[in-house]
Design a protein around this ligand. Structure first.
Ligand SMILES: *Cc1c(COP(=O)(O)O)cnc(C)c1O
Length: 376
């Protein structure tokens, strides 16, 4: 929570939950990344929060952008950033979208299969490609599983294929899992990456770049290491595995760039119990899984929730959203302590919600509007 957000909310008159993002915090986060990883270019992961004000600020600060669709590419271009500052980082693209991106000037693409390389060779000839390798996501609170990437042996083949088809085999990428609380988790992926670099060099192909992905955490309830600790751990691993031939590196922070810049104000709609004998309160908010808090899925992300009654006696309760879908329960497996003095109609502040909230919000499910957002 910042004074600017507090001031904004005090003067807000409209109804309904809203997210407020403080650009000063985004600016500080960008500076912290630049300082912690001074030789690494930042490609902000647009999906975390594509608000035009956020993209404009980052473009002005010199950031590059990781995008996953033609619409995201257009959102970045609208800031005036040139296409050489944009990567098309999704490994799963329609060929006609690759062609549209190419027409817009995009020349850097992610792949993780030979079939995708073939599409890029046809639709974006001569472009640079980097191949994503699988990462197990251990230690991450929001692991990315096996959807993206291929095993290291396949990555070498994919890049050789790219080279054969006239593309530039530029490098490798990985993602250690989102909300990665262990700075050492980049080490295993960098060991694999360096082995692929050596293997391909022996076959006459010199890679240039390692894309270190996202994963940098936001502080929710538990403490997380500072970005400086990530910079140090990553630099040590680069030294260990690449010696004095450290490749060009980029990072793609999403959550770590905007998560702590946002606060959601929501309202208590109902406090009730399931039976007279049951001590457990159910607290229903006007925000839930479908209008902003999708990352409470499996209770993976546990947001700090502030109320005007903090400090009063608190007891665990179940917190649920407003929709008529029974999966719209935020915290039940591990009930969440809220003050007993909390009342129907009270406002609550949900912190650390600058990333993956507006973009995960459904359009009108049950008639609830998508999460409103203000960037100040
Ligand atoms: C979502 C995504 C990111 C951002 O991840 P965070 O954990 O939010 O930093 C980075 N790179 C790629 C390819 C992504 O899909």
């Amino acid at each position: 929570m910042t004074d600017r957000i507090m001031h904004f909310l005090r003067n807000r008159r409209e109804d309904g939950p809203c997210l407020v993002v403080d650009l000063d915090v985004v600016r500080e986060n960008f500076g912290a990344f630049a300082q912690a990883l001074p030789d690494t270019r930042v490609f902000y992961a647009v999906k975390a929060n594509p608000a035009p004000e956020v993209l404009d600020l980052l473009a002005k600060l010199g950031s590059c952008f990781d995008t996953a669709s033609v619409v995201e590419i257009e959102q970045v271009l609208a800031t005036g950033a040139s296409p050489d500052r944009i990567s098309f980082g999704n490994t799963i693209k329609k060929e006609r979208d690759i062609a549209r991106a190419f027409a817009l000037g995009i020349r850097l693409f992610a792949v993780d299969s030979e079939a995708e390389v073939e599409k890029i060779a046809r639709a974006a000839p001569g472009s640079k490609v980097f191949c994503r390798i699988l990462c197990d996501g251990d230690g991450a609170e929001w692991p990315l599983s096996r959807k993206f990437g291929c095993v290291p042996e396949m990555a070498a083949q994919v890049l050789e294929q790219a080279h054969r088809l006239g593309l530039v085999a530029h490098g490798l990428s990985f993602h250690v899992g989102s909300q990665q609380r262990n700075p050492r988790m980049w080490d295993g992926a960098l060991a694999s990456a360096s082995a692929i670099f050596r293997d391909l060099a022996e076959r006459g192909l010199t890679l240039q770049m390692v894309n270190l992905g996202g994963g940098f955490p936001t502080k929710y309830l538990k403490d997380v290491p500072a970005v400086k600790a990530y910079g140090q751990a990553i630099f040590e691993s680069l030294r260990k595995h690449f010696g004095n031939r450290i490749p060009e590196t980029i990072i793609e922070p999403g959550r770590g760039m905007v998560g702590n810049a946002g606060v959601i104000e929501a309202e208590v709609v109902l406090i009730s119990k399931k039976s007279a004998a049951d001590a457990m309160r159910w607290v229903y908010l006007d925000i839930g899984k479908f209008n902003g808090l999708a990352e409470t899925m499996d209770e993976m992300i546990r947001y700090p929730i502030r109320t005007a009654f903090d400090g009063d006696e608190a007891e665990p309760c179940v917190i649920a959203g407003p929709s008529c879908d029974s999966v719209d329960v935020l915290y039940e497996k591990e009930p969440y302590p809220l003050p007993l003095s909390l009342e129907i109609g009270s406002k609550v502040l949900i912190e650390g919600t600058g990333a993956y909230t507006t973009t995960y919000s459904a359009v009108g499910f049950n008639g609830f509007p998508p999460l409103k957002s203000y960037v100040i």
